[in-house]
Design a protein around this ligand. Sequence first.
Ligand code: PEP
Length: 253
Amino acid sequence: MRKKIVAGNWKMNLDYAEGISLFSEIVNMVRDEKKGDQLAIICAPFIHLNSLSKLGGEIVKIGAQNAHQNDSGAYTGEISAKMIKSVGCEYVIIGHSERRQYFAESDELLAQKTVKVLENNLVPIFCIGETLAERNDNTYFEVLKSQLEKGVFGLSETDFSKIVIAYEPVWAIGTGLTASSEQAQEVHAFIRKEIAAKYGEAVAEEVTILYGGSCNPKNAAELFAQNDIDGGLIGGASLKSRDFVDIVKAFNS
Ligand code: PEP
């Protein structure tokens, strides 16, 4: 059975007090309201990680939003996977389109980061997605295939089996434009087919593939009901406890 996951990505939002307060609300609501065995994760800015993992890491898992590809060294301003692991984190988002776009993170760099995250016994949530131009000119399957091949298909089968994939069409992130459930399912099925071709059916069946891009309490249940959609990576709506927890509960509706 694939893991069902709803992961929030707070991005560069919330000061320390605001983060503690929102996370405490989410933990209390998830504790009282979540049914079933799906996982809730919050991927927070680095300054929050230590405190959040102590506050409720059993109920809501903690993730980081990036990690450096080396263990340590003269990389001013950077944070390593080893450091992230040391504060009780379990997940790291790798390859978010904002990292690819604003920080020029290449597929090759993201492959290195993924390896480092796995070496530190953290789970990478590896993001792929096409731009609007790539969707409109119908090259999106090639783009996604190339992101998979360069980013994660160099992993051994054992390592690949540990990762989570997130399909996040760039045109749907923070825009209010959501992929329709048919569009998202089409891509998720394609991703699973590519994984099956590379690693075999059994591995492909077990990989959790999340959808991200303006997911909200109104559209989550329909998206999550699709065969190949195993949950969501949630940006804006993860900054409101009620919305985030309603998306977590969308699996049960
Ligand atoms: C994201 O940034 O991962 C994301 C999906 O953002 P939003 O939900 O705000 O579109």
